[in-house]
Every structure is written in C-alpha cells, then in structure tokens.
Design a binder for this molecule. Structure first.
Ligand SMILES: Nc1ncnc2c1ncn2[C@@H]1O[C@H](COP(=O)(O)OP(=O)(O)O)[C@@H](O)[C@H]1O
Ligand SMILES: [Mg+2]
Length: 230
C-alpha cells in the first residue's frame, strides 16, 4: 500500500456566499515511503491547497461522487474527526513554510519545542529534543535568539528544526526556499536531502525553484486544480 494516497481530492473555498473557488478539481496522487516528491506549477494552480489537504490542515470536499479518499501510512484519514487529524499531524507530520512562521516572542529553543509539546512530550524532554534538532540544523549557538535576531537563512533552519523535532514520517514544505538567497537555498536543500536519505523521511515539496525540484526523486505538475503528467 502507498504511504500517502489521495483519490478524487476536491477542495472548494467559499470566500463569500456568492463566491466559490474550486481550487482542487479531482487530484489523484500517490507517494511512496521514502520518496522526495516535488510539486511545481503556476501560481494559483492549487499547490498550497493540495499540501494543506495532504497535511490534514484542510479536509477535502466531502460531497463528491466518487467520494474523496486519503490514506496516510495505512490509515484512512478521509473522514477522521478534527481531534484525530490534529493528533496525527502533531505526531507524524512536519511543516515548513515560505515565511518561516516562527513565533516572534519566543526563542529558537522555545519555538522548536512547541511541536514536541503538542505531540505530548513533557516540557523538559521537548526542550532537550529541540536542542538536538537545532544542533542538527547548525544552530546550537543560537538557541536563545528570537526570530528577529536571526538571519532569514537561520530562521528557515530554525523552522526546519521545528518541523523535525518530532522526527515526523512525512515532511511537507510549501516554497521552503522562496525567501532564501542561493547560499541559504543550497544549505536548506542539503538538510532536506539528508533528512530524506539518512532518516528516511518522506517529503512533499511545493517549489518554484529548479534547484529544489532537481533534487527530488519525482516531480508532479499542478495545473488549474489537477495534476498533469509527472
Ligand atoms: N482561503 C482561501 N479562500 C478562498 N480562495 C482561496 C483560499 N486559498 C486559496 N484560494 C484560491 O484557490 C486557488 C488555489 O490557490 P493555492 O492553492 O494557494 O495555489 P498555489 O499555491 O498554486 O499558488 C487560487 O485561485 C486561490 O486564489
Ligand atoms: Mg502556494
């Protein structure tokens, strides 16, 4: 069985009563365990929406025929209640975003500890894991810094440590190098590759960056709410 498999995924946003945006229009996607899959495609084609659906941040439309189905690591997560989705996300998935999304008032160590605490670890254990994750991304000497006291590249590495602190089976990243210069892109890419190769973490990376897609084992192209080719 595939590690991650979505069938007939649709997602409709309803920004107002008279306005519908059909962002996913029947996506079928299969990701094998240990794969590093890139998702490319024009702006507005539904890449972020697909990442949010695969990462259980949004549920796919539930009123389709045939019905949507989403299976993650042998578990049918399609109709899972919110609580269970949240738990699954906290324990098994890590997320990296283009804008880093660190909490500005917390130190790097505190930011990185949060997901470990959400996943149920005691605070002291979470802090210990956070220290290790920060060391893994080369920020062992920046644990007490707040995001504003870190460079962009360092912030993204801290965000990467935050995604890795629970040692998730699946890492989802949305334009992770979108705000990085080429040197920091190379460093982040190296980190992603290492996590994939050495820790066996499965990755789905939405990207515009040809260097990132070139590092992927497979690249899928999104167009107008569906996957075309790849
Ligand atoms: N929260 C939202 N509410 C309404 N429309 C949205 C929302 N998020 C995304 N969209 C729309 O859905 C479509 C797909 O967006 P998105 O998944 O962000 O594409 P991409 O990441 O490929 O740029 C776009 O038309 C976008 O405007
Ligand atoms: Mg996007």
């Amino acid at each position: 069985m595939a590690f991650l498999e979505g069938r007939n995924l649709h997602k409709t946003y309803r920004p107002s009563r008279h306005n519908l945006v059909h962002a996913l229009r029947g996506v079928d996607v299969t990701v094998g365990e240990g794969e590093m899959v890139g998702i490319v495609g024009p702006s507005g084609s539904g890449k972020s929406t697909l990442m949010h659906v695969l990462g259980l941040l949004h549920a796919p439309d539930g009123d389709r025929n045939p019905p949507a189905s989403l299976v993650f690591d042998g578990v049918d997560v399609t109709g899972l209640p919110d609580r269970e989705r949240t738990r699954m996300r906290a324990e098994r998935m890590g997320f990296v975003f283009q804008t880093f999304n660190l909490v500005p008032t917390l130190t790097a160590l505190e930011n990185v500890s949060l997901p470990a605490e959400y996943a149920g670890r005691k605070r002291t254990e979470a802090r210990k894991a956070a220290g290790e994750a920060l060391a893994m991304v080369g920020l062992e000497d920046r644990t007490g810094h707040r995001p504003m006291e870190l460079s962009g590249g360092q912030q993204q590495r801290a965000a990467m440590a935050r995604a890795l602190v629970t040692n998730p089976a699946l890492l989802l990243a949305d334009e992770p190098t979108g705000n990085l210069d080429s040197e920091n892109t190379a460093e982040l890419l190296d980190l992603l590759r290492r996590c994939n190769a050495e820790r066996g973490q499965t990755m789905v990376l939405v990207t515009h960056d040809p260097r990132v897609s070139a590092a992927c084992s497979r690249v899928l192209t999104m167009e107008d709410g569906v996957l075309v080719g790849g």
